[in-house]
Design a protein around this ligand. Structure first.
Ligand code: NAD
Length: 482
């Protein structure tokens, strides 16, 4: 049997207590693991590493490929970066996998039938962190959705569902509004779903989907979604399952994966020996399955389920009517160790067997035929009387000699010229859409001449977006009323 070397970060707050408990359980179960400890979090922030991680820890994590991470405390205030976001993005951890299950009737839960897995895209979307302010009144963020990134996460979700004996994968997007970004995610989902005829696939708009998840989580199985929606859905799911202390999460990349509890460092109870180590223990079982040690994961998880059934509960899950004995972190770990080899009688035992490594390919995207067909120029314009007709006429006069048409002006996406409504609220941020008057494809120098003409007319272009077609398909959304 080969031994896997795992990097362990014991984190802050309750981190060291729960890490100690989890490592004891792993050892008692004879998990074939060796550990290398690294420091992450508060002390590293204090040493001046603004992301909470130093160079040695990076080396160790990258060398070993597997990280078991206890929660860390993120310092308040400016200048500090989230360690989790840094780890996910730097190490290519593209999939965040959060199983959420109810353990009723042994742990109180409003949704006893809940057993879902949220697969959240982890690298893209609004979390790319590309934000700008270009006028006094308006800020913006760039939402990036890529075809390869989407294919990778969607394929991962289907492979996961198949490997873990799940029936259905639900995609959630807001593609009724964001037809290009969320629309791409939905389209790729439909394409990939066709390759998995043994699994049910459906799509729900995120708002109603989230509402249904909160009301009837038992209707869902695997959910795959974009980064921000997944962030919110995971917390909803964790909350309605019953206790924050139970959920583990895996952050999976091609070479490196990280496993952690969903909860934070709980500074309010740190050092008292009463924290529930279950979240990190469940994460450790996810890690074992990932490393191909399903049999050991199964032994630990079933011993843990048996412990829950026995009514041996930490303070966060203790209920006089459901629990037999309230224990601290170390005694809870001892109770799990004492039950290694046992199977739960009421809760369903887990069966992992030997999971294959999940296949996550993405198909090369053909370059296709791309034409530049126009440009959106954004202006900062804030005279006392913000009359869109005045702006429109001034722009038309500036670009007409170049053979370009001003197609429309929008303000926060609402058409204000031509034929706007006086009721529309106006900011200092104007999107002006230009198309060549002859309707043909254009060139970058021509686009630049439009921008220069606006500048020469005393206006202030702050940003441009080129309008392209791809194999004749429009690569931009139409303006309202266009
Ligand atoms: P938290 O999850 O630490 O605590 C919320 C509540 O749940 C607290 O009352 C806490 O006592 C309780 N709780 C959490 N885990 C528990 C456990 N295992 N057993 C028993 N009770 C438990 O969330 P918070 O208070 O918002 O955040 C505290 C710190 O943790 C912050 O600095 C935050 O940034 C950080 N945090 C880190 C991670 C991470 O490292 N992955 C995740 C979330 C929050």
């Amino acid at each position: 049997m080969s031994t896997h070397t795992v990097t362990v970060a014991e984190g802050d707050g309750i981190g060291p207590e729960i890490t100690e408990a989890v490592l004891r359980v792993l050892e008692a179960a004879q998990a074939p693991l060796r550990y290398e400890q690294v420091e992450l979090g508060a002390r590293e922030y204090e040493r001046g590493h603004t992301s909470g991680i130093g160079p040695d820890a990076w080396d160790t994590i990258r060398r070993n490929g597997t990280l078991l991470k206890a929660p860390i405390t993120t310092p308040q205030g400016g200048g500090y970066k989230s360690l989790n976001v840094t780890l996910r993005k730097s190490l290519g951890l593209f999939a965040n996998v959060r199983p959420t299950k109810s353990y009723a009737p042994f742990v109180a839960s409003p949704h006893p039938g809940m057993d879902i897995v949220i697969v959240r895209e982890n690298e893209e979307d609004l979390y790319a962190g590309i934000e700008h302010q270009q006028t006094a009144e308006v800020t913006q963020v760039l939402k990036l959705i890529t075809r390869p990134g989407t294919e990778k996460i969607v394929r991962f979700a289907f492979e996961y569902a198949r490997a873990y004996g799940r029936r259905k994968v639900t995609c959630m997007t807001k593609d009724n509004i964001m037809k290009h970004t969320d629309g791409l995610f939905h389209r790729v989902f439909d394409e990939v779903a066709a390759e998995y005829p043994d699994l049910e696939a459906d799509h729900q708009i995120i708002d109603i989907g989230a509402a249904r998840l909160a009301a009837q989580p038992e209707r869902f199985d695997v959910i795959v979604t974009l980064n921000l929606y997944g962030d919110i859905l995971s917390d909803i799911a964790g909350q309605i399952a019953g206790s924050v202390g139970f959920a583990g999460s895996a952050n999976v990349g091609r070479e490196i994966s990280m496993f952690e509890a969903v909860h934070g460092s709980a500074p309010d109870i740190a050092g008292r020996g009463i924290a529930n180590p279950s979240g990190l223990l469940v994460a450790a079982t996810q890690m074992l399955v990932h490393l191909g040690e399903g049999a050991t994961a199964e032994r630990i998880k079933n011993a843990w389920l048996t412990t829950l059934e026995s009514g041996i509960h930490t303070a966060d899950m203790y209920r006089p009517d459901l629990s037999q004995r309230e224990v601290g972190t170390a005694d809870f770990a001892d109770a799990v160790i004492a039950r290694l080899g046992q199977e739960p009688r009421h809760l369903r035992p887990v069966r992992y067997g030997q999971q294959p490594r999940l296949r996550v390919t993405s198909t090369p995207v053909p370059r296709g035929v791309k034409h530049l067909v126009g440009v959106d120029v954004f202006l900062d314009w804030a005279p006392e009387d913000r009359d869109p007709d005045l702006l429109g006429k001034r722009i038309e006069a500036a670009v007409a000699p170049l053979g370009w048409d001003l197609k429309l002006i929008t303000n926060r996406g609402v058409k204000v010229y031509p034929d706007g409504f006086p009721e529309t609220a106006l900011t200092d941020h104007w999107r002006c859409r230009f198309l060549p008057a002859d309707g043909d494809a254009t060139t970058l120098p021509d686009v630049l001449s439009v921008v220069a003409a606006l500048h020469d007319a005393g206006l202030e272009p702050i940003k441009t977006e080129h309008l392209y077609t791809f194999d004749g398909e429009r690569g931009y959304s139409l303006g309202q009323g266009e």
